[in-house]
Design a protein around this ligand. Structure first.
Ligand code: 13P
Length: 252
């Protein structure tokens, strides 16, 4: 288990400028006031707010990321944003393959691998998301579904420096149903084995994040499970007090 936990807030399609800036400001100050920080914090706001959030975070250790990127650095792709553009804004990370992108935008593993490779080419850390649905878990297919997602969504360019993997069981996202500690322990060990096989350059060091109804009340337990190197938080990252409490649960 690596010592510094990676705490990522995925704001999804929430917030407007004033509340987003206020939240970033509050988090930046709270992190600055935290002694012996045992976490790195990344905020992933909607694209329209990235510039403002980065301005607010100037001089802070809190970093910023995108929620998605295109596979190409530029071109005739109306409505899309490239990894190079995120990097140019000052982002350090980008989430790719979130289950909401897989579900609502029909994103495939091979597209996600191309997006992650684009992120790497732009100098961003790709946070590659995987996770089974309720039906797949009930059918006993969770391990095989996640193994296939890992095999096909992680590009050859992945290293421990430029990639994190987030396990987000679809049935735990926004539902208040967190995976049990045993489920997380078992799945993260499985993911570690698969990622180590696939990524010869430091696969054992790639940060593995858990996501799905993480909140202040369950963060400490989750963050101390073997092979959980951080969390990817949706709803609870929209309240600064809750999110900083989650980050501080990294200690100990
Ligand atoms: P919730 O924390 O709201 O369940 O969302 C998890 C998620 O999808 C983070 O990417």
């Amino acid at each position: 288990m690596s010592a510094t936990k990676l705490i990522v807030g995925n704001w999804k399609m929430n917030g407007l400028l004033a509340d987003s800036k206020a939240r970033a400001q509050q988090l930046g100050s709270a992190v600055a006031a935290t002694k012996d920080a045992v976490f790195d914090m990344v905020l992933c706001p909607p694209a329209t707010m990235i510039g403002a959030v980065i301005d607010v975070l100037a001089g802070s250790s809190v970093q910023c990321g995108g929620q998605d990127c295109h596979t190409e650095p530029s071109g005739a792709y109306t409505g899309n944003i490239s990894a190079a553009m995120l990097k140019d804004m000052g982002c350090t990370h980008v989430i790719v393959g979130h289950s909401e992108r897989r579900q609502y935008h029909a994103e495939t593993n091979s597209l996600i691998a191309a997006k992650a490779a684009a992120a790497h080419a732009a100098g961003l850390v790709a946070i590659i998301c995987v996770g089974e649905t309720d039906a797949e878990r009930t059918a006993g297919q969770a391990d095989s579904v996640v193994a296939a997602q890992l095999a096909e969504s992680i590009p050859l360019s992945a290293t421990s420096e430029n990639t994190a993997v987030a396990y987000e069981p679809v049935w735990a996202i926004g539902t208040g149903k967190t995976a049990s500690a045993d489920d997380i322990r078992q799945m993260h060990a499985h993911i570690r084995a698969k990622v180590s096989e696939k990524v010869t350059s430091g696969g054992a060091q790639i940060k593995l994040l858990y996501g799905g109804s993480v909140k202040a009340a369950n963060a400490a337990e989750i963050l101390h499970i073997a092979h959980v190197d951080g969390v990817l938080v949706g709803g609870a990252s929209l309240a600064a007090d809750d999110f900083i409490a989650i980050a501080k649960a990294s200690a100990g």
